[in-house]
Design a protein around this ligand. Structure first.
Ligand SMILES: Cc1cc2nc3c(=O)[nH]c(=O)nc-3n(C[C@H](O)[C@H](O)[C@H](O)COP(=O)(O)OP(=O)(O)OC[C@H]3O[C@@H](n4cnc5c(N)ncnc54)[C@H](O)[C@@H]3O)c2cc1C
Length: 431
């Protein structure tokens, strides 16, 4: 027999730090809120990140991932929000002023109707198929996140001698983790001319452990039938094509891939939520409302963040406004696109809702190329500069944050006035 539909105000999809912050903020507004999580335990990716470096901004402390998750989970439990684990949201149907979720749980198919949704589904790792590595598919090829889970949660060592492809933060952290566990890490190979990881991770995870980083280098093929026996690596040219004359054979039994993260947005796609082609996450306004009424999004499913504190911040904003949307009814929005100029890869939010009662915004951006000179970020509207911030150095792996405060918000003269963010290099003084 089909179970009756359960009715709530707000459903939060995912119990990582974004979803937990959203759930707490939603409950604080008085909304009947539920969190749905496909895994056995809440906490998202933090459960397997046992290194420290979490919570410097939110808690003014340096916590490990599980410690940070524990605090967030306790907050949600204290707010009496149910966190339903082992509950996979398979599909969402969009009705008039509500959403119907079809969830697979140990007790069968559950159907939940909500007035507002918060997508907090995180991101997924790119695989070897997506980076075109040729050769066989023997055992011993792992994404960095899977290797991290095997070691930190399941207590299993993936191999004895490893090569790491990709120098994103997870790859760097795994190079150190494998080394600590006695695995011989032959090196980290990065196709770009610089690492895509944070500087502090290059120092703490590679240099401190004498693990070499080879830039403009890639894995060209995997050797082995049952188990990885070796990989071929080669330098690449300016078009990232391998220079075959430089190819080298490196014996190893493990290849770890850290070749990028992609926001997880299958459910967003099914709801026709517009996606930003650069971030690969939903286009959102400054209260994390997507372009589909009643659907909010936060955390890594919007754009991949380097700091959990920013993920939690976006969750709190999304949860608060999802609750307001569900409880107070649907107000019309006046959405103004945020245009960007200069070396900006992207800016989130991509829209400002000038009719919103929320008269401030937290904005995040990344640059396309490293800038080692003083740069100004200017916020303009209708040809007028509203604010200007100075940065000494900007580089692509690091996400930067700036705030549009209430005063700047009020300077946007008309509801539909344009808003543009530009990066301008400051000329060196000749004194
Ligand atoms: C290896 C690694 C190291 C990091 N190191 C640091 C660090 O040192 N300091 C720092 O500040 N930050 C660090 N970060 C970044 C930070 O941890 C992440 O950005 C943050 O945890 C992402 O949170 P999230 O809630 O958006 O996603 P996640 O934590 O990924 O949570 C998403 C949740 O959604 C669930 N879900 C997805 N789809 C469904 C569905 N259909 N139904 C039900 N549930 C679903 C998933 O199971 C998951 O639990 C690191 C990240 C990684 C991966």
């Amino acid at each position: 027999m089909m179970k009756p539909i359960e009715y709530v105000d707000v459903v939060v999809l995912g119990s990582g730090p974004a979803g937990l912050a959203a759930a707490f903020a939603s409950a604080k507004q008085g909304a009947n809120t539920v969190v749905l999580e496909r895994q056995e335990r809440p906490g998202g990716i933090l459960k397997q990140c046992i290194h420290d470096g979490f919570g410097n901004l939110r808690y003014n402390e340096t916590l490990t991932g599980p410690e940070y998750a524990y605090r967030e989970i306790q907050q949600v439990i204290a707010a009496l929000v149910p966190i339903r684990t082992n509950c996979f949201v398979a599909s969402v149907e969009h009705g008039e002023h509500h959403f119907l979720l079809n969830c697979i749980s140990p007790s069968g198919i559950e159907r939940i109707s909500a007035r507002a949704l918060v997508l907090a589904t995180g991101c997924r790792e790119r695989t070897d198929r997506q980076v075109f590595i040729h050769g066989d598919r023997p055992a011993g090829i792992f994404t960095a996140g899977l290797a991290q889970r095997l070691i930190n949660i399941d207590g299993l060592i993936p191999g004895n001698r490893a090569v790491i492809l990709g120098s994103g933060d997870i790859g760097l952290i795994m190079a150190r983790r494998l080394s600590i566990e006695g695995v011989q890490v032959e090196g980290v190979h990065e196709i770009r001319h610089e690492s895509s990881g944070l500087k502090r991770n290059i120092q703490q995870c590679l240099e401190d452990f004498d693990i070499p980083l080879y830039v403009q280098s890639t894995v060209t093929s995997v050797v082995g039938s049952q188990r990885v026996k070796a990989v071929h690596v080669a330098a690449v040219d300016v078009k990232n094509m391998p220079i075959m004359s430089t190819e080298q054979y490196i014996p190893c039994d493990t290849l770890i891939l850290s070749v990028g993260l992609i926001p997880e947005n299958e459910l967003a796609h099914s709801l026709d939520v517009p996606i930003d082609p650069v971030t690969k996450g939903p286009v959102v306004d400054h209260v994390m409302h997507t372009m589909v009424d009643g659907v909010f999004a936060c955390g890594n499913c919007v754009h991949v963040s380097d700091l959990v504190d920013y993920v939690s911040e976006s969750g709190s904003i999304a949860g608060k406004h999802a609750a307001a949307w569900a409880l107070d009814g649907c107000a019309d929005r006046t959405l103004v696109p945020v245009s960007r100029a200069g070396n900006l890869a992207y800016v989130v939010p991509q829209m400002i809702d000038t009719s919103s009662p929320q008269r401030s915004a937290s904005c995040y951006f990344r640059v396309r190329h490293t800038i080692e000179r003083t740069t100004q970020l200017r916020i303009n509207s209708e040809g007028q500069q509203l604010d200007c911030l100075t940065f000494d150095e900007l580089y692509p792996p690091q996400m930067e944050r700036f705030a549009i405060n209430e005063t700047i918000f009020s300077s946007i003269k008309q509801p539909s006035a344009d808003i543009s963010i530009e990066l301008v290099l400051v000329e060196a003084s000749h004194d």
